[in-house]
Every structure is written in C-alpha cells, then in structure tokens.
Design a protein. Structure first.
Length: 239
C-alpha cells in the first residue's frame, strides 16, 4: 500500500551532525538553514544505498564550495581513499580516512582531511573497502552573503547508466536559469547528444558532447532556444 510518513529531527540551538538509518526503499531528508529566524536555504538529502566507489562534481571558488558526507553502516571500520581530478585530467590530493563502525563524517573539500588543492573545477573520487553511504553538497554564497545549498548525486562507476537518462525539469527565463553538470563515471570516453524538450514535447536546441577522461566534467547552461554547444573536456584540456 502506498503512503508516506514525516519525521522531524527537532529544533535545537546546538548543531548536531550525523547519519540516519531506516528500513525502506525510498526516503528523503530535508535540511533547512535559518538566519535570524528566516529560512535562507533548504535542500533534500535522498536516502541512498551503500556503494564501494563514487564520483562527484567538485567546484571550489571564492563563492562556491563542495561538501562531502559519508556514513559507514557496517559493524567494522571503513577505510575510504580519495583523490581529485581537474578538468585537464590531472590527479592530485590523494589521501584516506577511517570511519568507525556506524560512524559519519561531513566536511567541505577544502577542509581536512580532504584539503583540496586551492581553486578547483573537476571531480572528487572515493573508494572504500566496505560499502558506505555518501552524498555531496554544493554551497553557494549569494549576492546578499547568504549561504545556499543543494545536494549533488553520487555517480557510481560500478553501475554506470546505460542508454538515455532524463532530467525531468529545467527552468529558463523569468529570472530562472539551469546549469547541467555531466560526470563521466566510466573508464573510457563517453559521448552523446543533449536535447531540450518543452512541456508539449516539442524539441528545442540540441548539441553533442564528448568527455574524454574518466573523471572529466562538462556543464552546459540551459537555454531552450539557444544554439550554445557543450564544451569538450579531455586530458589535454578544453577544446
């Protein structure tokens, strides 16, 4: 029987960070942030099955940052190894961390133990000796110096998507913009076609893309009527 239930963690002036476990097939945690009693940002954290490996888009600028949260649902320690790859295919910042049984850690990528090498536009990859649950967060400081946050999915190299995948919603115009981030989760070059459709099913602009390096990222800005092309990212830089 279909249904749903809502639980609230509670309201406390002291910050508490951790993870949660639930026996279900689908779920969502909604994180809200308030300043002076005013809701500034809200993001949904979907329940996720544990994985051995993962890859996320990683961006660090003067106004944007990427966070990574990982939880160990096992009865033994988890050793999580990680490294960064920039848009030119250069790897750096290799390291590892140990999570105790049922432990959790959440940090921005420019913080210890990750210590990202300065400004970054690329990816962050991790692997673990036991399956772990993970999520990424993208933080942005807006023009009013407010901290906004959204969640980022984890690309699983062990279960790459095949065929066509879909973005069920985008918004363009009236003050709204959409930026798409494409992550290559495989060990070989990928290519394809990106196509916009309106609500009536009519095709808008389309373009082809290629992502050479296993960890390269490409990102088009959404414009249904535009003729823009997705940049090509590879081991030899941008084309």
């Amino acid at each position: 029987m279909a249904g749903s239930m809502t639980l609230t963690a509670g309201i406390s002036p002291a910050l508490t960070i951790g993870s949660a476990e639930v026996n279900t097939t689908a779920g969502l945690g909604v994180i809200s942030y308030r300043q002076a009693g005013i809701l500034v940002s809200e993001a949904g954290v979907p329940a996720s099955a544990p994985v051995f490996r993962g890859r996320i888009n990683a961006e660090i600028t003067s106004t944007a940052n990427t966070g990574f949260a990982v939880a160990n649902p096992n009865d033994s320690d988890a050793t999580v190894s990680f490294f960064f790859t920039d848009s030119n295919g250069n790897d750096s910042g290799r390291g590892s961390l140990t999570l105790p049984a049922h432990g959790q850690m959440a940090r921005f990528l420019d913080q210890a133990p990750f210590n990202a090498p300065g400004a970054l536009s690329g990816t962050f990859a991790f692997s673990s000796n036991v399956p772990v649950s993970a999520i990424a967060l993208r933080g942005l400081i807006n023009e009013r110096s407010e901290f906004l946050v959204t969640t980022l999915p984890i690309a699983n190299p062990d279960q790459p998507a095949t065929g066509t995948v879909y973005f069920p919603h985008f918004a363009d115009g009236g003050g709204w913009t959409t930026q798409f981030v494409l992550v290559n989760p495989t060990d070989s070059q990928i290519s394809g076609t990106f196509r916009y459709m309106d609500q009536a099913g009519q095709a808008g602009s389309s373009f082809t893309y290629t992502i050479d390096h296993v960890y390269s990222v490409a990102r088009p800005d959404a414009s249904y009527h535009s003729t823009s092309r997705l940049q090509h990212f590879g081991q030899n830089g941008r084309g």
